[in-house]
Design a binder for this molecule. Structure first.
Ligand SMILES: *[C@@H]1O[C@H](CO)[C@@H](O)[C@H](O)[C@H]1NC(C)=O
Ligand SMILES: *[C@@H]1O[C@H](CO)[C@@H](O)[C@H](O)[C@H]1NC(C)=O
Ligand SMILES: *[C@@H]1O[C@H](CO)[C@@H](O)[C@H](O)[C@H]1NC(C)=O
Ligand SMILES: *[C@@H]1O[C@H](CO)[C@@H](O)[C@H](O)[C@H]1NC(C)=O
Ligand SMILES: *[C@@H]1O[C@H](CO)[C@@H](O)[C@H](O)[C@H]1NC(C)=O
Ligand SMILES: *[C@@H]1O[C@H](CO)[C@@H](O)[C@H](O)[C@H]1NC(C)=O
Ligand SMILES: *[C@@H]1O[C@H](CO)[C@@H](O)[C@H](O)[C@H]1NC(C)=O
Length: 503
């Protein structure tokens, strides 16, 4: 007869309790699992104080710069984790991914993320996947068209990695890049130069049809708004192989029937009317159409989002890099401004910065307001996530890699409940049964069954879920095992029956 002993939590302790250590550049400790050998979520270095942090899970896409070594590459995927460092969901590990977050589509929460091929110019070619709360793919948005690339390659889909914003109208805004020729004599370049035209498309999620498209080049925005001056840094020298990235669109939001567009390289955020006409521009350097509280307030910024837009005011949040690869001088912050749209003035509401931990972010980053009044900041090319209280003081820092080696384009904290359409996984090894269920958020308990034949499995015990993977010690070997996942008394899913030596 088979009986059981108490469950072991040794794996969980190993995962969370491992010392934070970086002995060699680029090698970051990561968790491993018996049931999911391809998953390698980072071990978080966690700092929290006594003050309240918001509810919700951390959604991010740890990946590596091309110069990072293989150990750091292990971390690459889209991931959902708890702020205590437990993995909840790991996306596939086949392709680079960005911008994993929960959005509303047709009044229900969906999870979206970009998957594709990153380019060495900071753009990407891929598609946006939308899954429901069972992780069933419900829409795959794939932009196609006569796109020109700098190296002549063609791609199945041309969604750029920077944006995938679902609107209240059931459309999605995605960025895209096209290499195109332009007369660059006004900025000291050749008359037959090449630029990156970074633009956005609004696509109907259900029909895949483009309903709107906007290009800053076609809109006639002057090249002289660019602060990535011609041929500076790594913004390109205007040849076919390295087009000049004069605009670098990295965030687009629809507000009512208008669009808020952010350009990293003009240090500007633009409000467009429904037809793409520019209503105003705020320039972080000289203000553009606005008077700033001080010059060079924000530079090379990301993730612009507007709130409460009326005819007379709007609040805008940015991740203010204030840095780039060729201009790495100032610390990075989260920034909140209120704009008076009648007087054309900008008022500083808040700057989020941790005085004990100055950060210099060259690229990427996110600003995410939380329902409890806190703010979550993801530091892009610096692998840290900080949560600040309404008073602007830091309450939590999560670190998941070495600076400038591991990154996450954006990072979010959101409420997400999901029960996968696929079954939990179980495997047996000697007298231990391991179990996990990638993406299940609401499991409270596991019930373990075992027996000498597939047909005669009996309940061997119950273990409270603890971490991504649980293990359960049997008193003696069971030839066949399976597990069930419960939320309290509600059965959520059953694994397949597997052999006792299947791990
Ligand atoms: C890309 O630019 C080329 C010109 O270089 C143009 O023919 C083509 O239509 C553009 N594609 C898109 C999608 O804008
Ligand atoms: C390029 O623009 C300049 C003005 O900046 C103009 O003088 C010149 O004729 C243009 N060249 C071409 C080939 O269009
Ligand atoms: C959109 O087009 C892509 C590429 O053809 C396709 O994979 C996807 O299923 C389409 N989506 C819809 C909703 O038709
Ligand atoms: C930028 O170019 C526009 C025309 O494209 C011109 O009106 C403006 O004076 C220029 N600004 C500067 C600072 O050169
Ligand atoms: C951004 O950098 C500029 C130039 O160093 C600096 O003057 C400005 O204060 C910085 N902005 C913020 C919000 O710190
Ligand atoms: C927007 O306005 C609502 C209602 O006045 C307010 O509760 C909310 O805090 C505002 N949000 C922002 C980001 O200003
Ligand atoms: C940017 O500057 C900071 C402060 O001097 C430094 O710690 C960091 O390594 C620099 N980053 C890069 C990518 O050079």
């Amino acid at each position: 007869m088979i009986s059981f002993t108490s469950p072991t939590t040794s794996l969980v302790l190993l995962a969370i309790g491992s010392a934070y250590a970086t002995t060699e550049a680029g090698k970051w400790p990561y968790q491993t699992f018996v049931t999911e050998p391809d998953f390698h979520p980072p071990i978080f270095d966690i700092e929290k104080n006594e003050e309240a942090i918001a509810e919700g899970l951390i959604l991010f896409t740890p990946s590596t710069e091309s110069r990072a070594n293989i150990a750091a590459k292990e971390l690459a995927s889209a991931m959902i984790m708890t702020d205590d460092g437990e993995l909840v969901w790991n996306g596939d590990t086949a392709k680079p991914q960005t911008n994993l977050f929960v959005q509303q589509l047709d009044g229900r929460p969906v999870l979206s993320h970009w998957r594709g091929t990153g380019s060495n110019t900071g753009h990407g070619y891929g598609s946006t996947t939308i899954v429901d709360d069972t992780y069933s793919a419900i829409y795959e948005i794939c932009l196609q068209g006569d796109f020109v690339t700098s190296d002549g390659t063609s791609h199945d889909c041309y969604n750029d990695l920077h944006e995938s914003f679902i609107t209240d109208e059931g459309t999605i805004l995605v960025t895209a890049v096209n290499a195109t020729t332009a007369n660059l004599t006004s900025v000291g370049g050749p008359p037959d130069g090449w630029i990156w035209d970074t633009m956005f498309y609004e696509i109907d999620v259900k029909t895949n049809e483009t309903v709107f498209r906007w290009s800053p080049y076609e809109a006639g925005i002057s090249f002289n708004q660019s602060k990535a001056t011609f041929s500076s840094g790594d913004a390109g020298d205007g040849t076919k192989g390295t087009p000049w990235d004069w605009f670098h669109m990295n965030a687009v939001q629809r507000i009512g029937n208008k669009y808020l567009v952010n350009s990293r390289h003009t240090w500007s955020t633009y409000l467009l009317d429904s037809k793409g006409g520019i209503e105003w521009r705020i320039d972080g350097g000289d203000g553009g159409d606005f008077v700033l509280p001080f010059a060079d307030l924000f530079r090379w910024q990301h993730h612009a989002r507007g709130y409460n837009l009326t005819d007379s005011s709007v609040e805008i949040h940015w991740f203010n890099n204030n840095n780039t690869n060729w201009d790495n001088t100032t610390t990075t912050s989260g920034l909140k401004l209120s704009l008076d749209l009648k007087e054309k003035t900008a008022t500083l509401l808040e700057v989020f910065e941790d005085p004990t931990d100055p950060i210099y972010t060259d690229s990427q980053g996110s600003f995410w307001p939380l329902p409890n009044g806190n703010t979550l900041i993801g530091y892009g090319s610096i692998p840290k996530i900080k949560e600040f209280g309404p008073d602007g003081n830091p309450r939590m820092t999560l670190t998941f890699g070495e600076n400038d080696l591991v990154m996450s384009y954006r990072s979010y904290r959101q409420i997400w409940h999901a029960t996968p359409h696929y079954p939990p996984k179980a495997c047996g090894s000697d007298k231990v049964v391991y179990m996990s269920w990638n993406g299940a958020t609401d499991v409270t308990d596991w019930v373990v069954y075992g027996g000498s034949s597939r047909e005669s499995l009996s309940q061997l015990g119950k273990v409270a879920k603890d971490g991504f993977e649980n293990s359960f010690n049997l008193e003696s070997f069971a030839a066949y095992v399976r597990v069930e996942a419960y939320d309290g008394s509600k059965l959520l899913g059953k694994s397949d029956v597997v052999t006792g030596e299947s791990c």
